[in-house]
Structures are given as structure tokens and as C-alpha cells.
Write a protein that binds this ligand. Structure first.
Ligand SMILES: *Cc1c(COP(=O)(O)O)cnc(C)c1O
Length: 480
């Protein structure tokens, strides 16, 4: 197909702009003025529409197909959230509008949304206060680890290390390191959880915090979590909960009750705000009472006269973490999602997420190796080790799934499972969709035995088949 540049015909127009009534050309110094005309495609409106529609169709999205990308929680995002985020009073709000008095009536609603959302996130996590400013999960982790550092600095604690299991998301060690800590990686045991013996061996007075994901990236809940919290607190360390995927625990169990002091949530995973392509996201971060004063500024407060305002007066705060107040429309969509589902609805989210994952795990058991035989929570990891022996890798299987109309699962993560394929069906998929996916996976396992070449040549019929990912990373070319 021709590109929009190849379709360009001199003088063809999609729109006519009105003559500018602002004269500014004299004010632009000569040296900044363009010497030649700019090379833009000259096309009609229909060409523009077709260009963008074609582009949108090349994009694989959860609104079109099943997207079981483990740890990413690609659940369906209800359109209600989009509708509310489009309300003029929210979408067109300028962050510098006054909070009170003249014009304050324009911002009071938005401040109330933030204030109420923070209270709701406290309720679902058991934390005492939240900041919704962080713009992504990793950003919430960094906020949390800066709070860890601020806490120990204030107490005069000499702490140098953060303990993190080897199944953790790569952002965990990165965040701890950026906050100035040495990362100690704790191996997993044969059941896929952090090895409690190894953990105890690494525990000493220099440990500032332990970062845990629970259930972890294998979809397994750590039964020692309360004991771990107690041991960490005994040395005045802090417990950090990576709650990027709260899908398994929503409404069932509070991280605060498990002994966690800091929690981050990915609004763009669990709370159904769309993600992909780098954002925008939300990494809401909550803390227990003793860490409240370290939260970033600004904070939304409710005054005695029931008006809301942004407050900056916190001398122990770690300071600014995001411009203005985070991704407001993302917060708004998450708020709408929680209110729409209610407490009972949130419980059903986790029940169905866990049910769907276990259903699929059981269907795939026959054909793929399951490295950790226990039942899972919201996601699970299978291994294509058996298939690899026949020359077909997890990557090949992932590519072949595209031919069947499915987005590949996360592969080669967590790093502790050979030929890992990490599958998270989420609660929004029907039994029929899960059956179709299982059938495709079983069919591919059969092809490995009978016709592996077809897998090696997949995906077929797409504009681009397989990328040379190493070359793409080394010789990054973003145009043309
Ligand atoms: C996605 C994820 C993160 C990081 O979140 P981002 O928004 O991508 O920065 C951290 N931990 C876990 C377990 C995750 O799944």
C-alpha cells in the first residue's frame, strides 16, 4: 500500500485554514525562519482518514482480541471510564486554575475526585494515606523507596541494603538502586516463592526494606509473608508491596494486614485504565501512619468548611515527584471503575481473575510443562522446555499464536523459569474465549510434533513477520 507521502499530489487539500488575524511573522528573527518549504503530504480528507484507520488496524489491542500478557493485566477497559474522562469540566480543566475563591468552583470537583479516590485506595489496601501522583508503577516504586530512605535518614538508621526475591519485576531492583540501596537478590525455592532460609541468612541490621510482590510473578502467594514482615520490622526495616497486579487480592485481603508499610498500585493494570505504548499510567502509592509525613507534595486536603485544596506544607515530604497532580484523567477513570463495581464487584474481579487463570492452567497442563504444580492465583507460568527439545522455543510459540488471532503471552519472564510463558487471562474474558485460546495452544503443541516448520515461519500474512530484535535495539531507527 502507498504511504501517505506517496499519495501526495501537489495542491490537494484536506482543509482550508482561515486567514490568521495575528500578525507575528515580523517578530520572528530572520535566522529562525525556514529557508525551504516543508515536505508535508498534500492529500484530501479521505486519504487522511484512510491513513489513520489503516494504522489503527495494524495495532493489536485488547478491544479487538484476547491479550493474555502476563503481569501486564490487559483486561478490558469499560468505556464508561472514557466517557467520564471526556466530560468537559474534567478534560478541559487547567492545572493552574485557582483552587478556591475566584474560579475555585471549577476545580473543587476534580480535587474531590482525588481526595475520595485516595480514601478508596486506602480501603482496598489497608494503608493510611495515599498519593496518586506517581505516573507509573516504577515511579510509584521510586516514590516508595525514597520514602524508605527518608524514614531511615530521619531515624539515623544506618541501612544499606534492600532484599528482593529473584522473581521480582526488574523495576524493583532498579527503584531500590536509584534510591541509593544495594540490592540483595534472594533466590526462589522449589515452590516458586522467596526461599525463607536464604532470606533469613541475608537479614541483618543493614537491611532497609524488603520488596515483595504477592502473589508473585509466578502467580503464587507467599505463605510466610507475615513472618517475613515481623522479621523485617524487628530490625526497623520496612515492607514494600509491589501491588502492580492487585487483581488476585482485591476485596479479599489487605496488604496492610499482611504487615506491609508501603504499597504501590498500577491504576493502568488492576483499575482498568488503558495502557500500552508508554502511557499515560498511574502508580498510586500508599503508606502506613508512621510514613504519612514523607509522602510527596502537593497533597489534597479537605478543610473544615468541606472545601478542598492542594497543600504544600509538609517539611518532611520527599518533595515533588510529578508535575501538578499526576495523571488526573487516569485517576478519574480508576475512581469511576471502583464506584461502578462497588465492594462486591471488586471481590468478583479477583474471584473471576483467579478462576479464569486456574481454568486455563488446567487446560494447558496436558501439553506444557508446569514448573510449579500448585494452583495459581491471577496468572501462571508454563514452560516450553518440552517443545524446545523438539526445536520450538517459547518465542516460536508466541509468534504462532498471532496466526491464531491471539496476542502472545509474556515470554522469558520471570527469568527463573526456562522457556517461560506467563499467562494472565484476567477476569474480563469469557469461558468461550479461554476455550479458543486453550485450543490454539494445544494445536500448536501438536504442530511441534507433526509440523514444526509452520511454527518457525510464523506469523504469516502480516506486513512484518519476525523482527531482528537485537539489530532493532542496536540500530534504532525511528523514522522511515
Ligand atoms: C507492570 C509491573 C511493574 C511496573 O509498572 P510500570 O507501570 O510498567 O512502571 C512493576 N511490578 C510488577 C509486578 C508489574 O507487573
Amino acid at each position: 500500500m502507498k504511504t501517505i507521502f506517496e499519495k501526495s499530489i501537489r495542491g490537494r487539500r484536506a482543509a482550508k485554514l482561515p486567514k490568521s488575524d495575528v500578525s507575528c511573522s515580523e517578530e520572528i528573527p530572520e535566522k529562525f525562519k525556514r529557508k525551504e518549504g516543508v515536505n508535508l503530504p498534500e492529500v484530501a480528507e479521505i486519504d487522511v482518514v484512510r491513513h489513520y484507520i489503516h494504522l489503527s488496524k495494524k495495532n493489536f489491542c485488547v478491544d479487538a482480541n484476547f491479550y493474555p500478557l502476563g503481569s501486564c493485566t490487559m483486561k478490558y477497559n469499560p468505556k464508561l471510564g472514557e466517557e467520564i474522562a471526556r466530560y468537559e469540566g474534567f478534560a478541559n480543566l487547567h492545572p493552574l486554575l485557582p483552587q478556591l475563591h475566584h474560579g475555585g468552583m471549577l476545580t473543587q470537583g476534580a480535587l474531590e475526585v482525588i481526595y475520595n479516590s485516595e480514601r478508596l485506595f486506602c480501603k482496598v489496601t489497608g494503608m493510611d494515606e495515599f498519593s496518586l501522583q506517581p505516573l507509573a508503577g516504577a515511579h510509584g516504586e521510586l516514590t516508595g523507596m525514597l520514602i524508605v530512605a527518608a524514614y531511615h535518614r530521619e531515624k539515623g538508621n544506618k541501612k544499606t541494603k534492600v532484599l528482593i526475591p529473584d522473581s521480582a519485576h526488574g523495576t524493583n531492583p532498579a527503584s531500590a538502586a536509584i534510591a541509593g540501596y544495594k540490592v540483595v537478590s534472594i533466590p526462589s525455592d522449589k515452590n516458586g516463592i522467596m526461599d525463607i532460609v536464604e532470606f533469613k541468612k541475608s537479614l541483618d541490621d543493614e537491611v532497609a526494606a524488603c520488596m515483595l510482590t504477592s502473589p508473585n510473578t509466578l502467580g503464587i502467594f507467599n505463605p510466610y509473608v507475615k513472618e517475613i514482615s515481623e522479621l523485617i520490622h524487628r530490625i526497623d526495616g520496612l515492607m514494600y508491596y509491589d501491588g502492580a497486579n492487585l487483581n488476585a487480592l482485591l476485596g479479599k485481603c489487605l496488604p496492610g494486614d499482611l504487615g506491609f508499610d508501603i504499597v504501590h498500585l498500577n491504576l493502568h493494570k488492576t483499575f482498568s485504565t488503558p495502557h500500552g505504548g508508554g502511557g499515560p499510567g498511574g502508580g498510586a502509592t500508599g503508606v502506613c501512619e508512621k510514613l504519612r509525613k514523607f509522602l510527596p507534595v502537593s497533597r489534597v486536603i479537605k478543610r473544615e468548611d468541606a472545601t478542598y485544596a492542594l497543600d504544600y506544607e509538609y517539611s518532611n515530604s520527599i518533595g515533588y515527584i510529578a508535575p501538578f497532580y499526576g495523571n488526573f484523567l487516569v485517576i478519574l477513570k480508576a475512581y469511576a471503575y471502583i464506584l461502578n463495581l462497588g465492594g462486591e464487584g471488586l471481590k468478583r474481579v479477583s474471584e473471576n481473575a483467579v478462576l479464569n487463570a486456574n481454568y486455563l492452567l488446567n487446560k494447558l497442563k496436558k501439553c506444557y510443562e508446569i514448573p510449579h504444580p500448585e494452583s495459581c492465583l491471577h496468572e501462571f507460568v508454563i514452560s516450553a522446555k518440552k517443545q524446545k527439545q523438539k526445536g520450538v522455543s517459547a518465542l516460536d510459540i508466541a509468534k504462532r499464536l498471532i496466526d491464531f488471532g491471539f496476542h502472545p503471552p509474556t515470554i522469558y519472564f520471570p527469568l527463573i523459569v526456562e522457556e517461560a510463558m506467563m499467562i494472565e487471562p484476567t477476569e474480563t474474558e469469557s469461558k468461550e474465549t479461554l476455550d479458543e485460546f486453550a485450543l490454539a495452544m494445544i494445536e500448536i503443541a501438536k504442530e511441534v510434533e507433526e509440523n514444526p516448520d509452520i511454527i518457525k515461519e510464523s506469523p504469516q500474512g502480516l506486513e512484518i513477520s519476525r523482527l531482528d530484535e537485537v539489530k532493532a535495539a542496536k540500530e534504532l531507527k525511528l523514522n522511515g
